[in-house]
Design a protein around this ligand. Structure first.
Ligand SMILES: C[S@@+](CC[C@H](N)C(=O)[O-])C[C@H]1O[C@@H](n2cnc3c(N)ncnc32)[C@H](O)[C@@H]1O
Length: 314
């Protein structure tokens, strides 16, 4: 059999999700992400051993996203199509990084499993650890909650700082028994985390059908119920009340979402937003203020900002 084609785009950490989507939309059978940011966290091995990321050989800056394509792919057309999309990243406020595209034939029979070596159990917070579903990792201490994920297709393995910020906010604002709406659920990671932390019910939505399917597959890997996943754009057509509305999406999507939040937010509820690149934070705060939502907490990780906002009585 002919070799598979691996097409690798050098980019920045913040553009990893968009570039992976470009490759999947272009027909990649799978994607592999090699992101220097993944090594900013401690890594735990399958046997529960803590590893200093500096002891593992890894890229020091930026990220590379590889897509695997069937041998008969029209390579030049594909390369040009992807180069055009990479050139548009800056107009979405994303740093394209080097933006170079390299092509390699790979004889690896089993590329579909190759990428898995890049995913390790990841200690997200004191209480939550994200574990790839093929790992036999067991909790290293009492009280440690395990989220099992197959991170193959959708965004949300926990390794991105925006996801980690949002999980920290969920730990702060979930007291138990809340109704929650998770807009842009991706892998479903936030919905699963919320249920494990005590939320009563989660409505998880995503505009991308692949994400909806991946979130449903991930729910099945975890001992969680009372999570409904639906394909939906923003909060369009949703009229249930929620104590928590969370969304980890780029500012361009949060801006039209924010005016929809008050109509679903129950009295005393909180709106949690992540995915905000720091130069967009002021615009997001202004959009919140315009609908009477006051920022009550701000968290940062690198260049990323996450906000909690509530209706505060005058
Ligand atoms: C950055 S990912 C977040 C995934 C996960 N919630 C997390 O925190 O790791 C953003 C998700 O929002 C989804 N999304 C983008 N635009 C959307 C929209 N207009 N309505 C609903 N979901 C959207 C994307 O498909 C993607 O899965």
């Amino acid at each position: 059999m002919d070799d598979w084609i691996a097409l690798t785009i050098d980019t920045s950490t913040e553009a990893v999700e968009a570039v992976a989507n470009f490759l999947l939309e272009a027909g990649a059978e799978g994607v592999q992400i090699d992101d220097s940011a993944d090594y900013a966290h401690e890594v735990i091995t399958a046997t529960g051993e803590w590893l200093d990321p500096n002891t593992i050989p890894h890229r020091q800056a930026g990220a590379a996203v590889s897509g695997y394509f069937a041998p008969q792919t029209h390579l030049e057309e594909l390369r040009q199509n992807l180069a055009a999309k990479v050139a548009q990243l800056a107009s979405f406020g994303l740093d394209p990084g080097a933006g170079t595209i390299t092509v390699a034939d790979i004889a690896t029979k089993n590329w579909a499993n190759e990428w898995k070596k890049y995913y390790h159990p990841l200690r997200l917070t004191r209480f939550l650890t994200v574990v790839p579903d093929w790992s036999d990792y067991q909790p290293a201490q009492s009280g440690e909650l395990i989220i099992r994920l197959d991170p193959e297709m959708a965004f949300g393995t926990g390794s991105h700082p925006t996801t980690a910020l949002m999980v920290q906010l969920l730990e702060t604002y979930i007291r138990g028994g809340e109704q929650m709406i998770d807009v842009g659920t991706g892998s479903g990671i936030l919905a699963i985390a919320a249920r494990m932390l005590g939320a009563a019910q989660v409505l998880a939505t995503d505009v991308d059908d692949i994400a909806v399917a991946n979130a449903e597959a991930n729910l099945a890997l975890n001992p969680v119920d009372h999570i409904t996943v639906v394909a939906n754009d923003l909060l369009n057509g949703i009229d249930t009340q929620a104590d928590i509305v969370c969304a980890n999406i780029l500012a361009e999507v949060l801006l039209p979402l924010i005016p929809q939040v008050p109509s679903v937010l129950a009295p005393g509820g909180v709106c949690l937003l992540a995915g905000i690149y720091e130069d967009k934070a002021d615009a997001i705060k202004a959009a919140l203020a315009a609908v009477n939502l006051t920022v009550v907490e701000e968290r940062r990780s690198g260049d990323w900002v996450a906000l909690a906002a509530k209706v505060v009585a005058p």
